[in-house]
Design a binder for this molecule. Structure first.
Ligand SMILES: [Zn+2]
Length: 597
C-alpha cells in the first residue's frame, strides 16, 4: 500500500506527501471534493476495523494484495453505496470511521485520530472524513491527518451556515459578505438572500468549500515553512473546542509528538502564547540540559538574563556582561535564565532551539511561565549545586524574583549584583557585577579562546549524541602530537586534527555536523544515532527500504552516522528512526559524505 503514498516533507505529525490515485497524483494535505468520489477518481474498499481482515492487512506478505483499507464505512452513506456499485474495490489510503462523532468531545477527537495514526503504517495517508472546516483544518493536519474533504462545508452550506476562518454564522447575522472568493465577489449579500432556497444553499456551500480550499493551501505553506505549530496556536483561539483539543494534545500526547518533532530546523519558535511553554522543543531542551549536558568545572555559577538577540553572546547586553567579568571568566560558569526554555548554559547558546526562539518582552510574567522557568532552574541547581562554591545572580525584575524564590525553596544563598528594579546593563549594576566577581574570584583567570570554543563544541556533541561524545571528540588522542585546532568566527567553529576537519557548528540549524573522520573518532559513542543500511554504497540519499535498523532516538534533521557492509558515512536524518524502519518509501537520510569499505 505504501507505494501509493510518499511523504516528502514533515512538520511534526503533519506531512506534505504525494498520493497516487487512479485519477492522478495528488499532493497532501489534500482536500477531497466529494464530487470527485462520484466521478471515480478515488476508489474505496470497505473493511471494518473489527474485521479480522483489518489486522491481516498489516502483515507484510499481504501488502501487494491490497492497496489499503477503509477503517469503517458508516461515516458517510456514500461509501456503502459505492461498495454496492463497484464490487471489486481497493483503496489508496485509510479512512477514519465515524469521524463525525469526533466533534462531540475534544478528547475523542484527539484519541481517535492518534489511535488511527499510530495503528496504520507511517507511510500511508489518513483521511479524516466529513468534519473539516476552515476553523479546524489546521488542527486536523497538525495531529496527523493527510486528507480532509468538503462534506462538512457543503452540509453547513445547505444548513444556511456561512463559514468564516474562525466560525460559522447564519446569513441573517451578516451585514456584508466578508470574503473575496469568486462567489462572494460576484454578488451582494442582498442578492444572495433573495435567491431561492436551493440556489442560495448551493452558493453558500460553494463559498464554504472555496474557503476551506484556501485554508488547506495556507496550511500546506505552514508545513513547508515548518511553522504549523504557531499557526495552530493562533487558530485554536477561535473555538473552545479546538483550544481544548490542543490542550489535551499538549498534556496527554507528549510521546506521540516527541516521536515526530524534528530536533532542529532553520525556523525560529515564536513563543507568543501560553501553549508555547508546552511545546515539545521546549520540554526536550529542558530535559536534555539535565540529561545530556555536563557543566565545565568552575567555582562560580553566574546566572544572567536572556537577550532578544540570539545567540545571547552576540547581543549588546551580553557583550557588556562579558566585558564586566572578562578577567575572571575562567572561574565562572554562565547560565542564562529565560522563558520558555528555562535555563540555557552558555555552551549551548547556539543549539536549536536556544538560538531560535522569540518571546514578547514586557517585564510581565504569567504564573504558569514563572512556575515552568522556576522548575527548570530548581532542577538544575538541585542537580549541579555541588559543582559550585557560590552562585551569583545578575538579574532584576521577574528574573530576580524567580531566582530568589527558587533559592529560598532550595536553601541556596545567592549573591545579587543588581537591585530588583535596576537595569542589568546600567552602569551601577555592571560595576557591582565586576567588583563582586573580582572579590569572589581572587586571582584573575581569563577564558582562553580555545577553551571557550572547545567547551561549546563538546557541549553540543553531548547534547546531540549523548554524554561522552563531546569529550571524546575534542580530546587529544594517542598518537596526536598536537591538540585539536578550532577555527572560525563565533559560532561557526570548525574543529580539526592534523588538517582534517572533524566537526563544525552550523548556526543556521543550531547543530554540530560531523565529517566522516569526526564520526570515526567517536563511532563507539554514536550508537543512538546510527543507521544500519543494506549492502550498497548510497549516493545522495538513503531511502527507507535501504535501512535495516535505526536508532530510536533519531528525529528528523538529526545528524546521523550510517554504516553497512559497503559504506560508512554521515548525513542528516529526514525522518525519525522508527519511521525509517517502518516506512517503505521516502528519503530516510540525506547523505553528506560516504566512504566505501
Ligand atoms: Zn466567499
Amino acid at each position: 500500500m505504501s507505494k501509493f503514498y510518499e511523504v516528502r516533507r514533515r512538520d511534526g505529525a503533519a506531512r506534505i506527501g504525494i498520493l497516487s490515485l487512479p485519477g492522478g497524483k495528488k499532493q497532501t494535505p489534500l482536500l477531497l471534493r466529494i464530487d470527485s468520489l462520484n466521478a471515480g477518481e478515488v476508489i474505496i474498499n470497505v473493511i471494518h476495523a473489527e474485521d479480522p481482515l483489518f489486522k491481516e492487512l498489516f502483515k507484510e506478505d499481504r501488502w501487494d494484495v491490497s492497496r489499503g483499507a477503509v477503517l469503517l464505512p458508516e461515516v458517510h452513506p456514500l461509501f456503502t453505496k459505492m461498495k454496492e456499485a463497484i464490487p471489486s474495490l481497493f483503496v489508496d489510503f485509510f479512512v477514519l470511521s465515524f469521524a463525525s462523532n469526533l466533534l462531540n468531545s475534544p478528547r475523542d477527537f484527539v484519541r481517535r485520530i492518534i489511535d488511527a495514526r499510530t495503528t496504520i503504517p507511517p507511510d500511508v495517508a489518513l483521511w479524516v472524513p466529513a468534519i473539516a472546516t476552515a476553523e479546524n483544518a489546521a488542527l486536523l493536519f497538525y495531529i496527523g491527518a493527510d486528507i480532509i474533504d468538503d462534506t462538512n462545508a457543503v452540509i453547513k452550506g445547505y444548513q444556511g451556515i456561512y463559514l468564516m476562518e474562525e466560525e460559522g454564522v447564519r446569513l441573517s447575522e451578516l451585514d456584508d459578505l466578508p470574503c473575496n472568493c469568486s462567489i462572494c465577489s460576484s454578488l451582494s449579500i442582498d442578492e444572495l438572500r433573495h435567491k431561492n432556497n436551493k440556489e442560495r444553499a448551493s452558493l453558500i456551500a460553494k463559498h464554504n468549500t472555496l474557503l476551506l480550499d484556501k485554508e488547506v493551501k495556507k496550511i500546506k505553506e505552514c508545513i513547508r515553512a515548518g511553522n504549523l505549530r504557531e499557526y495552530v496556536e493562533m487558530k485554536v483561539r477561535a473555538s473552545t473546542f479546538s483550544t481544548a483539543v490542543l490542550r489535551i494534545l499538549d498534556m496527554e500526547e507528549e510521546e506521540y509528538f516527541e516521536l515526530r518533532i524534528p530536533v532542529a530546523r532553520d525556523q525560529g519558535i515564536k513563543a507568543n502564547t501560553m501553549e508555547s511553554l508546552k511545546r515539545i522543543e521546549v520540554k526536550r531542551f529542558a530535559k536534555r540540559v539535565l540529561e545530556r549536558y555536563e557543566p565545565p568545572e568552575r567555582k562560580i555559577l553566574l546566572i544572567l538574563p536572556c537577550s532578544a538577540k540570539k545567540p545571547y553572546s552576540t547581543s549588546p547586553s551580553h557583550a557588556k556582561f562579558i566585558e564586566a567579568i572578562e578577567n575572571y571568566r575562567g572561574h565562572i560558569h554562565e547560565l542564562i535564565l529565560t522563558s520558555p526554555l528555562g535555563v540555557v548554559p552558555r555552551e549551548l547558546e547556539a543549539v536549536y532551539p536556544a538560538a531560535f526562539y522569540d518571546i514578547p518582552v514586557t517585564g510581565y510574567w504569567d504564573a504558569e511561565e514563572r512556575e515552568w522557568v522556576s522548575s527548570c532552574l530548581r532542577a538544575y541547581l538541585e542537580w549541579k549545586m555541588n559543582n559550585y562554591d557560590v552562585v551569583v545572580a545578575h538579574l532584576s525584575g521577574a528574573y530576580r524574583e524567580i531566582c530568589a524564590s527558587v533559592a529560598e525553596d532550595s536553601g541556596i544563598e545567592i549573591v545579587y549584583t543588581c537591585e530588583a528594579n535596576e537595569g542589568t546593563t546600567s552602569r551601577g549594576a555592571l560595576n557591582k557585577l565586576k567588583e563582586r566577581i573580582a572579590e569572589l574570584c581572587g586571582d584573575k583567570q581569563r577564558l582562553s579562546g580555545f577553551e571557550m570554543k572547545s567547551s561549546m563544541i563538546k557541549a553540543m556533541a553531548d547534547y546531540q549524541f549523548g554524554i561522552g561524545a563531546g569529550s571524546e571528540l575534542v580530546a587529544r588522542k594517542e598518537g596526536e602530537e598536537e591538540r585539536i585546532k578550532i577555527n572560525g568566527k563565533f559560532p561557526s567553529f570548525k574543529l580539526s586534527s592534523k588538517g582534517d576537519v572533524l566537526a563544525r557548528i552550523v548556526p543556521e540549524y543550531g547543530l554540530l555536523v560531523l565529517t566522516v573522520k569526526g564520526a570515526r573518532r567517536i563511532e563507539n559513542l554514536l550508537s543512538l544515532y546510527k543507521v544500519e543500511i543494506g549492502n550498497f554504497v548510497p549516493k545522495g540519499s538513503i531511502l527507507a527500504p535501504g535501512v535495516i535498523n535505526a536508532g530510536e532516538q533519531i528525529r528528523a534533521n538529526d545528524e546521523v552516522v550510517f554504516c553497512g557492509e559497503k559504506a560508512f558515512g554521515v548525513g542528516k536524518a529526514k525522518m525519525s528512526g522508527w519511521e525509517m524502519v517502518e516506512s517503505r518509501r521516502g528519503v530516510a537520510v540525506q547523505v553528506r559524505a560516504v566512504e566505501e569499505r
